[in-house]
Write a protein that binds this ligand. Sequence first.
Ligand code: SF4
Length: 187
Amino acid sequence: MGIEAALPVDGFLTTQLRHVINWSRRSSLWPMPFATACCGIELMATACSRFDLARFGAEVMRFSPRQADLLIVAGRVAIKTLPVLQRIYEQMCEPKWVISMGACASTGGVFDTYAVVQGCDQFIPVDVYVPGCPPRPEQLIEGVMMIQRHIDQEGLPPSGGKRVPLGLAVQPTHSVRPQPAGLTVGI
Ligand code: SF4
């Protein structure tokens, strides 16, 4: 980590236990992927070598909710799938966090039908919304970092009582060019 080089051999640091706990907790988020559609492919790409979610200590994907504390909903949620999602959320460890990845998870996206949940936040608390269809891996990483910054600054969510979601949204970092784009036809 480089800290050994910065300290003398028999040196020591003073800090607060709360800071150490928050530091270790935010550096070891264990995601539970709930990938039901195309956003799941971007989620997989985020964990691969090009984007390397491991740099943020959040690459240990767990497929058992009891071993995970970060639920990533990636893709549309069908009404029939909703009880499964809710059960997974209930079984996850506390303190736990939720990212809604992509338009479908957050709003139903283009699937404005009776069979698709029009936003998973109607049924589980969502801390960070990542926009896009699909979002880029960088956007998902920014969503993870928003939760890490919150853990660093605020510490643990209040225990007991109703869970209050953070309700943060990743903002787009680009401006859309004028549409429609000009077309040229070669002869
Ligand atoms: S937001 Fe777009 S990319 Fe993501 S699951 Fe929906 S349709 Fe697929």
